[in-house]
Design a protein around this ligand. Structure first.
Ligand code: ADP
Ligand code: MG
Ligand code: MG
Length: 304
């Protein structure tokens, strides 16, 4: 189990006198849960996603982004030798956050000639595994050093550097299994990255990438935008499969209620002016569809 926790998160645009955007966001997403983050345009939803991922355009001025990992989170690949281990994500680089199991959207490498989806995904998976091993080695080394200072016995940890890279045929098997799970057409994997995916295909790729990387928590920002109904259903099935098959926690950012008919959220949060103004269950999203956001604003500012 993993828990992503945002505590009183404040962030501004990372330049002198940059605009303040996030004004105290509190949010907790656990593995296996589906959260919808809704709100009018400009309320700070995408900024929340980018700050979680460590985007350099924003500076955190107050608050925390924590990731709690329970024993066994990485199976027997990496041993977490405490019941609960907490990482301060704000101290980590974007790729380190990803290695710990945070997935954000799709870094689309548009201009790589002659690289197939398969190769791109395999490289991404191996990079993640290697980064994660390095993170946990550093963690062990630090512990070993501090134990040394205190005069304890230490046993040096030998990290498996590049061993365990997932090879081509092993990866083919992983990919086949994931594509079956997502009910994706096998032809997809053989396409070249620069072969001009349509908007809908890019969204499906995003879900496939999440399936391959098996994140603890996936942040999906407007993955529903611009999809026709068939493609919306495919993408939604994929998101549900991420949760059901691998227990990924989902933070689904969306402006519209429509996708929530297919990906049913356990929790719905409404963001207004850089804060979570109201949280509830799926009914809250239905009320938004009928009545818009104005009543939330009125409610919040009346009681303020
Ligand atoms: P949402 O995703 O809810 O529509 P955003 O998080 O994208 O909202 O943006 C929130 C506000 O912050 C908007 O007013 C937007 O113009 C502003 N903003 C976001 N990113 C930047 C940036 N890099 N530079 C300047 N203003 C930004
Ligand atoms: Mg946005
Ligand atoms: Mg930042």
């Amino acid at each position: 189990m993993a828990t992503l926790q945002l505590n009183n998160l404040h962030a501004k645009v990372a330049e002198e006198d940059g605009e303040k955007i996030l004004d105290g966001v509190d949010l907790e997403v656990k593995s296996g849960e589906i959260h919808a983050l809704m709100g009018p345009n400009g309320s700070g939803k995408s900024t929340t996603a980018k700050v979680i991922a460590g985007h350099p355009a924003y500076e955190v001025t107050e608050g925390e982004v924590l990731l709690h990992l329970e024993e066994g989170e990485f199976g027997d690949e990496i041993e977490i030798d405490e019941e609960l281990q907490t990482w301060n994500l704000l101290e980590l680089e974007p790729n380190e956050r990803a290695a710990l199991g945070i997935f954000l959207g799709f870094q689309y490498p548009a201009e790589i000639e002659g690289v197939t989806m398969t190769n791109f995904l395999r490289t991404a998976l191996n990079a993640k595994i290697e980064e994660r091993e390095e993170l946990f080695e550093e963690d062990d080394e630090e512990e070993a050093e501090s134990e040394e200072d205190e005069g304890y016995e230490t046993s040096p940890m030998e990290g498996p550097a590049d061993e365990g890279d997932i090879g081509v045929s092993e990866f083919q098997e992983i990919l086949r299994e994931k594509m079956e799970q997502l009910e994706m057409d096998e032809k997809f994997a053989h396409r070249y990255l620069n072969a001009g995916f349509s908007g809908g295909e890019k969204k499906q790729n995003e879900v496939l990438q999440a399936a391959i990387l098996e994140p603890s928590i996936a942040v999906l920002d407007e993955i529903d935008s611009g999809l026709d109904i068939d493609r919306l259903q495919d993408v939604s099935n994929g998101i549900n499969a991420l949760r059901d098959a691998q227990g990924t926690g989902i933070l689904q950012i969306t402006h519209y209620q429509r996708i929530l008919d297919y990906v049913e959220p356990d929790h719905v949060h409404i963001m207004l002016d850089g804060k979570i103004a109201k949280s509830g269950d799926a009914e809250l999203a239905e009320k938004l569809e009928d009545e818009g956001y104005d009543w939330v604003r009125e409610e919040v500012y009346e009681t303020a």
